[in-house]
Design a protein around this ligand. Sequence first.
Ligand code: HEC
Length: 185
Amino acid sequence: MTVRAGKFLGCALAALAIAVAGGAIHPFGPVKGAVRGTLLDGALVDPETLATIERSCGNCHSGGTKWPWYSYAAPASWMLERDVSEARSRMNLSRWSRYSAEERETLLSAIGAVARTGEMPPQRFTLLHPEAKLSPADRSRLYDWSRKERRRMRRAPEDPMSQPERKSRVNGWRSETERGSYSSM
Ligand code: HEC
């Protein structure tokens, strides 16, 4: 091996070691170990809208993040963990039923707004995950749902149907099949 090649290999190995060691450091806390939970627990959401939200928003705004291989090596790991930790702190769809009615209404209007503007999912994400892009039909469906759900919550604040999470709880989490949907109303 030439001296040059040896130096290069040495540098490459050092960089790899730093990336692997850095991947074990989590400056934003245990972001990767979050509880999954049910998406939008307690909300009334049709399966199509739920699937859209899961596909386009769930990776950052829920505990169900699918971490790609490069998210385990620094510094990419830090950037991704920061993004997800910030996204969850603003809105965590896995903790929906723990938000107050007021918080949920605020988040629903924010969802409607970003669905309209196309601000979310962020472009830096859809460049790598084109499947997460919202089509114009997805956007209007998401917007319509956010308004419908907000109206439902306002219409019957004391109606048990407006808090369906109270109706059947199994160990605190409801399964997918127990969740209400508009089609069953
Ligand atoms: C790549 C990760 C990522 C994805 C995917 C993503 N978001 Fe976000 N979202 C963020 C981050 C980070 C923030 C906070 C910083 C900001 O506003 O840019 C945020 C903020 C928000 C907010 C603002 C919450 C508030 O405080 O008012 C809403 C609403 C939102 N996102 C909705 C969505 C919806 C709806 C989708 C899916 C269509 C989505 N996001 C997809 C990362 C993401």
